[in-house]
Design a protein around this ligand. Sequence first.
Ligand code: NAD
Length: 447
Amino acid sequence: MRVTIFGTGYVGLVTGTCLAEVGHDVVCVDIDAAKVDGLARGVVPIYEPGLAPMVKANHAAGRLHFTTDAARAVAHGDVVFIAVGTPPDDDGSADLQYVLAVARTIGQHLARPVVVVDKSTVPVGTADKVRTTIATTLAERGADIAFDVVSNPEFLKEGAAVEDCMRPDRIVIGADNPAAVEKLRRLYAPFNRNHDRIVAMDVRSAELTKYAANAMLATKISFMNEIANIAEKVGADIEMVRHGIGSDPRIGWHFIYPGAGYGGSCFPKDVQALAKTAQQHDYEARLLNAVEAVNDAQKGHLFELVQRHYDAGEDEGVRGRTFAVWGLAFKPDTDDMREASSRRLLQQLWDAGARVRAYDPEARHEAARVFGERPDLVLCDSAGAALEGADALIVVTEWKQFRSPDFAALHAALGDAVVFDGRNLYDPAEVEAAGLAYYGIGRGRSI
Ligand code: NAD
């Protein structure tokens, strides 16, 4: 099938590449000419396990094309995906300007019937706006061409995006026209062989499904962070509690890890956008607002532990100290730092007069872009290099390579012999036995 994808970010590029991988003829279009140029030369602008070789192979095989030429792109596809960003507006609602700009572009160039697929995460009612925008633009041209607008939200996880796209748990298709559902069934047939993963529904339910999924996951995280904070107050170990509740199949093991707060380009903005949608429909989403508030506070929690430790000591607090920070990406296996907890932490450390030596396996370039050159930041090439001359270690992202450090070497390296473990990776007793003070989230000296 001939497929066009507007937007070559995490979602558009991965979707386009996976569709090409199963034999579809895909054109990816983006307004970012540098990105398109790079992709056409085999330079993949994001880190996603397995993505770069797949992009290159499918590009070389002639099934995956990159362009800035929107007219050519619209002419190509039988199915046209919208996979552009929906960042938060000032009031927390989703900013639809990019989605609606693509809708106008489609209306300007459309010459034959297509199915337009909304893959961006968009508030309920957006498919109607996309349909109206395309219809109005067609009418301005005096053109009368049939088209469908379908909601097909994306559930891939950054860090496992290719795997998720090739083996989806479910494929949600929201459509009013059965013929459009049938077309997407054919498009996704190669991903749907083992058993039927397609969940067809009406457009509005599909739009809400995406927000409900992210809001549920964010709620689990904020819930566990809240229990961890209570554990700190009452002297309980949150990891014991986690094991105690995860074994209940009604609760389950997934997404019950306390930590330094959720980040990324989806949970924070989607929880806020859903709350905003509710408000626009005269409903106050009290739970969603609390999920967001708990997360916002949690992003400052690691720094509170740092302050608590240093204010209790005889020296003059955090000012003048050097902190090794392991992990800058918002989660492992990605270079994405959008809304990452590390950003809040580093700013708090700098505001308090501390210096940072940071290491992230993949986000170094992104960190250089985000923070720029500054005297109180050294971006290091290895976890060991970050420890050189550091007083304390703060673990922010749970990359696998941080899981089993040599604690004796840590003790030798760290001037103040203290570890702040923002992801509860380590056994407090083992760390303390090596002569290091250990602070976790809801465990260790935090409690
Ligand atoms: P992104 O910011 O990585 O990429 C968006 C791309 O769209 C950019 O390359 C930008 O240049 C391009 N673009 C903007 N306007 C354009 C236009 N008029 N024509 C062509 N290209 C244009 O965004 P993303 O992370 O891929 O997210 C895209 C959407 O998917 C968002 O709505 C997001 O909420 C949703 N989503 C993201 C994820 C994720 O993990 N990143 C997962 C599921 C859903």
